[in-house]
Design a protein around this ligand. Structure first.
Ligand code: TYD
Length: 230
C-alpha cells in the first residue's frame, strides 16, 4: 500500500504515520514554505478551504504564531533585531507552545493541520544568521512532528518583491532582494536533501498554483510523488 488510503478516494487522507505506526498521531501535517511574497499563505488558506469542503477537519495555522513569543518576534523584526541565538530560542519557544497546544492535539484527533511556515523556516532563516542548520534542525525535531508534506512555493525573488510592494503594511527589515535570493537557495537546497518536499511553481497565477498544490497532494496520497517535484 502506498502512503495513502484509497478507500474514499479524494476525500480521505490517511496518514503515513498511521500506516507505518511511526508515531502516535493519526492526522496529516502539511507545511507551506517559501520566501516572503511567494504566495504560500494564500495557497495554504485555499487548500484548507478545499479540504474542508471535501469533509475533512482542517486546522489552518501559522508561524510565528500570534501568541506572546510570536508577538515578541514580529516586534523585533521592525524594531531592534534580537541576537541570532535569542531569536532561535524565541522561535523554539513559540513552536513548542504551538505544537503542544494546537498541532499535536489536532493530529491526535486525526485532523489535517496546515501550517504556514514551520521549522524549515528556522533552519533557513536562523541558519542564514550564522547558526548551524543541522543543529537547528535537530533542536526542532526533538519536539516538533515532522511534516508529512512540505510544499515549497518556489519563486524568483523579483516576482515576490513585486507582490510584497503592493501589500498593505509594506516590507519589513527581512524583505529585501539580496536576502530573498539566499533564502530561496537555502529552501531549494533543503528540498533536494530532505524527504517530503514538493516544489510548487510560485510564478503561476493563484488559481493555477492551487491546482498544482491539489494535484501534487493527490499524487502524494496515492504514493505517486517522488519528492522533490516541480
Ligand atoms: P511572517 O509574519 O509569517 O511573514 P510572511 O507572512 O511574510 O511569511 O514571518 C515573519 C518572518 O519570520 C519571515 O520573514 C520569516 C521569519 N521566520 C524566521 O526567521 N524563522 C522561523 O522559524 C519562522 C517560522 C519565520
Amino acid at each position: 500500500m502506498g502512503r495513502a488510503g484509497r478507500v474514499n478516494g479524494d476525500r480521505l487522507i490517511t496518514s503515513r504515520r498511521q500506516i507505518e505506526g511511526a508515531g502516535k498521531e493519526g492526522g496529516v501535517l502539511i507545511a507551506f514554505e517559501g520566501i516572503d511574497g511567494s504566495g504560500k499563505s494564500t495557497q495554504a488558506a485555499r487548500l484548507a478551504e478545499a479540504l474542508r469542503a471535501d469533509g475533512s477537519e482542517v486546522v489552518l495555522t501559522k508561524e510565528p504564531t500570534d501568541g506572546p513569543w510570536g508577538k515578541k518576534l514580529r516586534q523585533s523584526f521592525v524594531t531592534a533585531r534580537m541576537t541570532a541565538k535569542d531569536e532561535l530560542d524565541c522561535f523554539l519557544s513559540d513552536r513548542r507552545e504551538h505544537v503542544e497546544q494546537l498541532i499535536r492535539p489536532a493530529l491526535n484527533r486525526g485532523a489535517t493541520v496546515i501550517v504556514d511556515r514551520y521549522y524549515w523556516s528556522t533552519v533557513v532563516y536562523q541558519g542564514m544568521r550564522g547558526l548551524d542548520p543541522a543543529e537547528v534542525l535537530k533542536l526542532n525535531e526533538a519536539f516538533a512532528p515532522r511534516p508529512d508534506v512540505t510544499f515549497l512555493v518556489d519563486v524568483d525573488p523579483h516576482v515576490a518583491l513585486e507582490r510584497i510592494s503592493g501589500r498593505a503594511g509594506g516590507r519589513d527589515l527581512l524583505e529585501n532582494l539580496e536576502v530573498q535570493l539566499k533564502v530561496r537557495e537555502a529552501f531549494t537546497a533543503l528540498a533536494r536533501t530532505q524527504p517530503g518536499f514538493i516544489l510548487i511553481d510560485g510564478a503561476l497565477p493563484e488559481g493555477a498554483m492551487q491546482a498544482q498544490v491539489r494535484s501534487r497532494l493527490a499524487a502524494w496520497r496515492t504514493g505517486a510523488v517522488t519528492s522533490p517535484q516541480s
